[in-house]
Design a protein around this ligand. Structure first.
Ligand code: FMN
Length: 228
């Protein structure tokens, strides 16, 4: 049984780590696909998919779609950009949902799936969960659950973060604070601006939730396989 994880965040950064952790929790065969560096254009509503249910735009969407379609389960993760799912993630779902609603309806119907949502501050991923929830429902996926965490603003590594008054670092820390490793959010260090102890406790809870979600996803996949 294969579970495919797709991440719409930066390669090797927080969304990828959290998706990979959910995959690990499944205990099944897994494959991770990063959309980073891939070209996924938005839906042009050209109706080119009406006869075949396949998108006619020639970019990287189709190859990823094929892996998702072939999988027994899906984990999809995306970061928050400007209080919504980032455009790369949304473009992927626009095309997946539109190509899937013509003659051969909803090819992913009933496939067990989990949502991973990331933001740069509170770690609730609320906007991404709202956006992904609508796409998952439209695709008729079987939503097993979700997990959300707080990632690292690009401002932590841009080189100007300590002094930039419109940047992410100074939205979390007072002026004069230096960017040290223990102030960088990660799976182990969640919301470090809340203090060391709290960050470690939140990190541990997040890692546990991700593994538990993977486990629940695997159970749903196996259950579905037995019923088929
Ligand atoms: C253009 C842009 C806009 C962002 N907007 C928000 C936002 O509105 N709210 C928020 O909490 N984080 C925001 N972030 C921070 C990202 O959600 C955060 O850096 C996240 O960790 C990115 O995922 P990644 O680490 O997997 O790349 C934004 C980041 C970028 C690059």
């Amino acid at each position: 049984m294969l579970v495919v994880g797709v991440g719409a965040g930066r390669r090797g950064k927080f969304t990828e780590s959290l998706v990979r952790r959910v995959l690990e929790g499944t205990g099944l065969d897994t494959e991770f696909i990063s959309l980073s560096g891939k070209l996924v254009r938005p839906c042009e509503a050209c109706n080119g998919c009406v006869e075949t249910n396949r998108c006619v735009l020639r970019d990287d969407f189709d190859a990823v779609w094929e892996r998702v379609a072939a999988a027994d389960g899906l984990v999809f993760g995306a970061p928050t950009y400007w209080d919504r799912m980032n455009t790369k993630g949304a473009a992927f779902w626009e095309r997946l949902c539109f190509t899937g609603r013509h003659r051969e309806r909803f090819p992913l119907r009933g496939k067990p799936a989990a949502m991973v949502a990331v933001d740069g501050s509170a770690g609730t991923g609320e906007y991404v969960l709202g956006d992904l929830g609508r796409y998952f429902a439209d695709a008729r996926l079987d939503v097993v659950g979700d997990v959300a965490g707080g990632g690292e603003f690009a401002c932590f590594t841009c080189g100007f973060g300590e002094d930039c008054d419109v940047g992410g670092f100074l939205s979390l820390y007072p002026p004069g604070t230096s960017i040290e490793p223990d102030r960088i959010p990660s799976l182990e260090n969640q919301c470090p601006h809340l203090g060391d102890g709290e960050a470690r406790t939140r990190g541990e809870a997040l890692r546990r939730s991700a593994l538990d979600l993977g486990d629940a996803l695997a159970r749903r996949i196996i259950h579905r396989g037995e019923g088929a």
